[in-house]
Design a protein around this ligand. Structure first.
Ligand code: GLN
Length: 282
């Protein structure tokens, strides 16, 4: 099929879903499948596409029409200006997680660092940090084998992938300069009120944080001091209602963390989103 016919056909099929944006969305899909630039696409309207490519485009459109979020339908999403592979085995990277990445890049100033990314999922946090700092290395952990398969596509040789549960992941080694964690933090009550596309397509195991949403942090935070070098930092993403709860968890671990250094950062909407904590220097 010719490029222009495929574009027309694809935007026609997407019209119901995407309205005026249908043509744009159709171009996005075709660009993604062909791995080419928009100008190539516009310069060669009569280019004949292979059957494989035409079928791949049709497959994506079908998944979109079935209600699947665009990132899963395409198998890719942009996070912090980079493309990451995703599948329904991992959470779709959220813009609010860019707050955590920004904070780490701003605060962690040494050229060499070894960090732990707990609950890595697609690997978007570790992958973004490693791309930004050429001498950092990471250990990326997830309890889901399928998620690690996705992370492996997104992370290069400077990341070591490990399958483990957050509480018994590693022996206390005090080896890490800092830890990043975006653990599941949605409370039972909030799970029911999530958007249908989140509830129906995204992995509940990556969202569900138990009664108050803090179960996973309750298990993981006590392990952190043993993993971090003295004065090491911990950055974790939380939900907007959890500032008080997470402060209490840290307060209960007071001998491990320097509570004077605990800071809760807000996202662009002004909601509490990332907690930065540090262990004592000695
Ligand atoms: N921010 C995500 C949401 O609200 C939740 C991410 C998480 O549980 N770690 O859908």
């Amino acid at each position: 099929m010719q490029m222009q016919c495929l574009l027309q056909e694809t935007s026609r099929r997407l019209r119901e879903l995407d309205g005026d944006l249908a043509r744009r969305k159709a171009e996005e899909i075709v660009l993604h499948v062909l791995g080419c630039s928009r100008s190539e696409l516009l310069l060669h309207p009569r280019k004949t596409l292979s059957r494989l490519d035409t079928e791949a485009v049709a497959g994506i459109v079908e998944r979109r029409l079935a209600g699947m979020p665009p990132a899963y339908a395409l198998g890719a999403v942009y996070f912090y200006n980079r493309e990451f592979a995703v599948s329904p085995d991992v959470l779709i990277p959220r813009p609010e997680t860019e707050v955590l990445v920004d904070l780490v890049l701003q605060d962690e100033t040494s050229e060499d660092a070894l960090f732990l990314d707990m609950g890595t999922g697609s690997g978007c946090i570790a992958g973004t940090l490693l791309a930004a700092r050429s001498r950092w290395r990471a250990v990326a952990i997830d309890r889901s084998r399928a998620a690690l398969g996705v992370a492996a596509r997104n992370l290069g040789a400077r990341a070591m992938l490990l399958r483990a549960d957050c509480a018994d992941a590693l022996r206390p080694s005090r080896a890490f300069d800092f830890i990043t964690a975006n653990l599941p933090y949605v409370s039972c009550g909030e799970m029911a009120s999530l958007d249908a596309s989140v509830r129906n397509f995204e992995p509940h195991a990556a969202l569900d944080g138990g009664k108050d949403g803090l179960d996973l942090y309750r298990r993981f935070l006590p392990c952190c001091a043993g993993l971090l070098r003295p004065g090491g930092r911990l950055y974790c993403e939380i939900g907007e209602t959890q500032e008080q709860g997470i402060r209490e968890l840290f307060a209960a671990l007071a001998p491990d963390f320097d509570l004077g250094c605990l800071v809760v950062h807000r996202d662009l909407c002004g909601r509490p989103r990332v907690v930065r904590a540090a262990t004592h220097h000695t």
